[in-house]
Write a protein that binds this ligand. Sequence first.
Ligand SMILES: [Zn+2]
Length: 151
Amino acid sequence: MSKNLAFTASALYTVETMDMNALFAAAQKAAEAAYAPYSRFRVGAALLSSDGAVYTGCNVENRSYGLTICAERSAVVRAVSDGKRSFTALAIATPDSASPVGPCGACRQVLSEFMPPEAPVFFAGAGPEQVSTTLGILYPYDSLHDFFNDP
Ligand SMILES: [Zn+2]
């Protein structure tokens, strides 16, 4: 069963150098490194850089809870630290959930800094349901981009 939420990626943002299945496999692998002793809910993310490189991240929890960082932002921080600032696709794996779990609100905001709204986002859990959508659908009305020009 696939839930396609208006997958509207244009040809410009189709994943040419790596298909989404491979990107999702990278996200699944990244989830294995998750540090999630409190929630026991592992998350892996894989970002495709505009130059074809893949950057993965996992959730890293903290006993304070509030300092926990999500897999998606882990991947962004890792990529930006490596000099990458433009991403064309994202895959998220939540192997401890039967259903797909999309990025949280904070991650959607952070992703919008470096990904265009047309960028495809794919996520799935351990079950057969999958979600293919775009960042713009997940994070509409990104009004901050109207006030601040891209650096
Ligand atoms: Zn998040």
